[in-house]
Design a protein around this ligand. Sequence first.
Ligand code: TRP
Length: 333
Amino acid sequence: MKQIALTGIKPTGQPHIGNYLGMIKPALELAEDYQALYFIADYHALTTVKNKKELEELTYQVAATWLALGLNLEEVIFYRQSDIPEVFELSWVLACFTSKGLLNRAHAYKTLVDENVAAGREEDKNINSGLYTYPILMAADILLFGTHIVPVGFDQKQHLEITRDVAMTFNKTYREVLVVPEAVIRKEVMTISGLDGRKMSKSYNNVIPLFAQSNQVRKQVMRIVTDSKRPEEPKDPDECNVFAIYRHFADADAVEAKRRLYLDGGLGYGDMKNELYELLESTFSKQREQYNALMENRNELDKVLEQGAEKARDIAVPILVKVRKAVGVTGSR
Ligand code: TRP
């Protein structure tokens, strides 16, 4: 039996090319060597997305994106977190093994507290308990499946440390019931820069969406920030935000040729942006069609996710039963 690789995708924004390069592509590759479980963390999104239509829409977008980009349903178990009731039962059990201090120190929570304090507000003002206990739900997502590795971006490192801590505390109290997972941190995630050169991220509003309409993609590409060097001037490709994105999609020869053009002078940013746009179009146009077709057929998406949930529960239930037995409660299937 292959080892288990599991990761969660929080549906909080329209998927963009940074997600593709930093997460989706490596995850799809990893699925060749591991039994992959990839799921949409819709209940995690509920800590911030409080609009029904929006949450539904974003959830379908994530599902359609991964399927259009080639997720193989024969191999990958692909599901919605909210379809797995066992996650929430395990969450409670794990909460009883999670020190409150650990949660106090969790970055996402601490950042909000610091903001409140800096603004002279009461420290927990406007912070919901779901946000506070977020790391526990995440630990349950992971530990419920006997997960060996968890591919995540650097921003999730602390969450994985909390997960490991909770699992070890549980195991020390009883016996080795839970598999203690390893984080696999993808370094590239940090280096995929957005329109302004900062990390591509929805919160910086500097993204190029994967499957938006062509004219919207074009608009974003044209917004990429450059300096004001004229076409004939030599430029440093490694300083250029257009090149930084281009080099991920063009083949090695084309990247090299462009690099030389930058250095020699003779390349205008406008032309370079056009080329990047064309390249993104040719890279993703077929998948975009598939994506659009899937978004038109939500019943099909529901069916796919429900089938995934069934397979996931087949793995989860025996593990939850072991946990119940270990702590001394009964519970039903
Ligand atoms: N917290 C993760 C994020 O914001 C999403 C997530 C939820 C997750 N549960 C998970 C990731 C379990 C890996 C494993 O990106």
